[in-house]
Design a protein around this ligand. Structure first.
Ligand SMILES: Cc1cc2nc3c(=O)[nH]c(=O)nc-3n(C[C@H](O)[C@H](O)[C@H](O)COP(=O)(O)O)c2cc1C
Length: 175
């Protein structure tokens, strides 16, 4: 296990994966992290759909006209759902859980990529959320927060460069 500082520095979006599957204990560790993420009023409003089936991953990768290709060859896609009726902050709840998933994956030596869904369309012009609802049988009450594609990294990415951090966006005391 690396330090948290190293973990954050080394995590990069990984869009190409090897064919190696995840071990069940890796999937469990990743989901344990998600289920321990903080939520508004501890409502734990999220739900997660785990997809490992290759044929379904292929279908899921078509949820956007571009930017969703990492799903096709990943080992696990976690569809992070939010439920506005279960929380005052469903978007925040699901975004934090997704971040925990990415960091836990990195800590296991795995790569991941966040796939954004809201406001996007398939190549046929269908709303991406609607496409995923229909494909996965997800009730309409649940919003699609994002999809996190996870797998073994096909190649490493360089860590973040501390020389390029935008410290000018950090405003001590007053903007
Ligand atoms: C809210 C959000 C939406 C994103 N959507 C996509 C996406 O749809 N497809 C994709 O390939 N990467 C997506 N990314 C990954 C970003 O492109 C990536 O995090 C950014 O370029 C910084 O690179 P890094 O993750 O390697 O630090 C998304 C990231 C975030 C946080």
């Amino acid at each position: 296990m690396s330090s948290f500082a190293e973990l954050v520095k080394n995590r990069r979006s990984i869009r190409y994966f090897t064919e190696e599957k995840l071990k069940p204990e890796e999937v469990e560790q990743i989901m344990k992290a998600a289920l321990m993420a903080p939520t508004a009023k501890n409502n734990r409003s999220w739900h997660f759909v785990l997809v490992e089936n290759e044929a379904v991953l292929k279908q899921l990768s078509l949820c956007k006209s571009s930017g969703s290709s990492p799903i096709e060859k990943c080992a696990l896609a976690v569809i992070v759902l939010n439920n506005p009726s279960e929380s005052v902050a469903p978007i925040e709840d699901s975004a934090i859980a997704a971040t925990y998933i990415q960091l836990q994956a990195e800590d296991l030596g795995l790569g991941s990529c966040w796939i954004q869904i809201a406001g996007r369309n398939t190549a046929d012009g269908l709303d991406s959320e609607q496409y995923i609802h229909e494909l996965m049988g997800i009730p309409l009450a649940y919003g699609i927060g994002c999809i996190i594609a996870i797998g073994h990294k096909a190649k490493d990415s360089s860590p973040h460069d501390e020389e390029t951090l935008q410290w000018e966006k950090v405003h001590p005391d007053i903007f």
